[in-house]
Design a protein around this ligand. Structure first.
Ligand code: FES
Length: 122
């Protein structure tokens, strides 16, 4: 079931923000047209990916340059995989399905401890 995360008007084009939804931290990136939801933790060494560089539907980690597709989480210059979630805009609200898709890495317990830009929801 999709969860309402925020109003799309609260997002800035070209930037990502972190929200806590049902106990999980989820980063939402808005490219001006579509939204992408993913774990804010880089699979390499857990840098905050919302501080990375976004290009279309990909993010480049600002620590060591690993790049990931925001469509499916696949590493673009590495073999790691970023956790992603299905996201859409419905009636001006960003909706995210927090299911754990088959084959995607699970968000580890305790890995959310460092996130500095969190807006609480629910
Ligand atoms: S922590 Fe992201 S590439 Fe190293």
């Amino acid at each position: 079931m999709a969860e309402s995360v925020c109003d799309v008007s609260s997002l800035k084009e070209g930037q990502a923000r972190v929200y806590r939804v049902n106990g999980k931290h989820v980063a939402i990136y808005f490219d001006g047209e579509d939204v992408f939801a993913f774990s804010p933790h880089c699979p390499h060494a857990r840098a905050n990916l919302t501080k990375g560089t976004f290009q279309k539907d990909a993010v480049r980690c600002h620590w060591h340059g690993w790049r990931f597709s925001l469509q499916d989480g696949k590493g673009l210059n590495n073999d790691a995989e970023l956790k992603t979630y299905p996201a859409s805009i419905r009636d001006g609200e960003v909706m995210v399905e927090l299911v754990e898709p088959e084959g995607q890495p699970k968000q580890e317990e305790g890995e959310d401890s460092f996130m500095p830009e969190i807006k609480w929801k629910n």
